[in-house]
Design a protein around this ligand. Sequence first.
Ligand code: NDP
Ligand code: HSE
Length: 454
Amino acid sequence: MKQVKERRDDQTASDEEREDEQDLRQINIGLLGLGTVGTGVFRLIEQHQDDLQKQTGCKISVQKILIQNVAKERHIHVDEHLLTTDPNELIKDPDIDVIVEVMGGISNTKTYIAQALNEKKHVVTANKDLIALHGGELLTLASENECDLFYEASVAGGIPILRALVEGFSSDRVTKIIGILNGTTNYMLSKMSKDGLEYEDCLKQAQNLGYAEADPTSDVEGLDAARKIAILGTLGFHTELSLEEVDVRGISSVSKKDIDYGKEFGYELKLLATADRKNNEIELEVQPTFIPKTHPLAHVNDAFNAVFVQGEAMGETMFYGPGAGELPTATAVTSDLVTVVKNIKLGVNGRGTVAPYRLKKFKRKDNRYHRYFIRLIVEDEPGVLAVITQSLAQQNISVSKMVQKHYKEQQAEIVIITHEAAQQSFENWEKEMNLYSEKIEFASYYAVEGDDSR
Ligand code: NDP
Ligand code: HSE
């Protein structure tokens, strides 16, 4: 008897579900791109349709997909009628509610997104290059058209860091964001550290694994991380920051030797992207940086990303996860889509974005402090060390740790870790050392994060 009753309840539930489904409003999606991320978004919408419906109360349906090569073999079954090479079939179609841009590129993509917003379509994008360059302009256009424009996947792939900054920290004042935001370079530096490989070998491995592009410039020269920290800084500090305002140094001149010396001092080398705000003055930079092995960011290895956020009230928090890849990135894109659909149901699209409201002022070099790791190759003779340390003293730079080792013949290698020093003082000292280039070769330098010196 009980069994029959349970079956009836199930029956009723599924009848109700079927009726509900018929009543569900359908939200139509135009997908720009069916590559790595586009395929993931299509998969998630198909495979998680039930959950998406329960959470949004709407049926989400991909109606058209823009691609460039119709003959290309796809890793997923897609009805060929969905595919098109004509962007107008998505952007001008009045039945399409949301454009999901996962094709990449800047010029064409900006045009398509602007057209879509002017057609009153909401937009979700994973495109950090576009957002770092034209985000402000496109967000204004979205707001004028009462449309949503979301871009969670553009920074740190699967880590929901934009939402955490915008919503989780809304009652706090963010003072510092430090990110490992580029998976390719983190993979390479981890390999150099763990497996003792040289830079070129690690780059080849990263390319073979599909992390690094055939032209890896954007990753290894720090531009990818710079775009991402400009986006994070803008949201965290409520100040519009652009790519050109980030001081960028990549990892292409890092040697295994530097990493080995760092380890002797208890450090790991990471490409850190930092946005710092003190007394309303901002510092924005990407550079290879030594961090103590005890720092949580020192344990972020391989292609993983992490973001360390410090708030005046909150203190320190850290977010960790995959920074790229089909499904992690697609999760971020599809979650943005869920927010758009919920907003459509509530009729509040385009109203949630807070425009940057704080004045922008950058720290001057004489007010930007770092600790430094410096490696020098010097003639091993009386007076050379005195020249180095006297000049450091003149610039008010104090030495925290130092080692000297035999290098070759009459030469020695000196590694110095300084206490905090102004960037301007460090640059003055570096210039002065160049005057002694016959006896002192400036081999490398890095910033050192955290104070383990006293
Ligand atoms: P892919 O190169 O794998 O895919 C791009 C897709 O867009 C392809 O389907 C391609 O068509 C289509 N496409 C490209 N240009 C055009 C064009 N001019 N007209 C029509 N279709 C076009 O890129 P990803 O999926 O890797 O990246 C997409 C976006 O997501 C980029 O902005 C990227 O920065 C961002 N992103 C990617 C991550 C990742 O892990 N891959 C992580 C975080 C962000 P076709 O298939 O016919 O070649
Ligand atoms: N090239 C990027 C990386 C992909 O290596 O992290 C994700 O933006």
